[in-house]
Write a protein that binds this ligand. Sequence first.
Ligand code: HPA
Length: 262
Amino acid sequence: MKIGIIGGTGVCDSSFISNKENINITTKYGNIPLIKGMRNDKMIYFLERHSKGHKLIPSKVNYKGNITALKNLNVDCIISTAAVGSIQNCKIGDFVILNQFLDFTKNRSCTFFDEKNSGVVHIDMTEPYCPSLRNLLIKSFKSINAPVIENGTYVCTEGPRFETPAEIQMYKILGGNVVGMTNIPEVILAREKEICYATISLVTNYAAGLTNNALTHKEVNENMIKMTTLLKDALINFIDSIDENYRKCTCNHALSELNSLK
Ligand code: HPA
């Protein structure tokens, strides 16, 4: 099996994979550096979302390049991590396995189907995150007694600024549980490439206005670091428990119905 991992802010620990090698995949969207390695008989490709050393703001991340590189490497699935602020029903330290999103981005391309001759494609987003991966992830976190929340609606903002308290109140009314800046368009692009994709969101802070403190990137990073041991143990569990028969979903033929309509 081949597993892609997209590490978000603060997640760059790949110590659980062996025979590590730095590789570069050339895509039409640019050059994508990754770490290739093994965990027992599974091939792991580890990619830092913001590029090495956190250089790119969320609007400028090479989402298309990242997903295309993993597609070209023929990964079976992608697990991504994302730092988030809590809006409701979760607390700092929780791992929320996302199942829905609300898209409030405004300045990024959210589809591969905006390119020349790509045709008009409306991909189904009824279940945006792969249910088979989500189930395995939930089991992995439960087996190490980590605080996992099985469902959560992710609000994606454009950033790079944090939100106003008024915005957070609006997202709360709309049903958002957590807020971050990077899951859109990643989750959409993965589905458009028919790759199973799920996100572990790490609650690193309370969203703006929910506490008396101002939000800082430092707080996000510090809480993230505290969560990395549990994250790593759950990821190891996940990798060791997944096998070729995990797939009960339809992610890998997301385009087939559309193709048959052409
Ligand atoms: N807002 C947006 N993005 C974030 C937050 C937040 O509160 N915390 C971590 N990433």
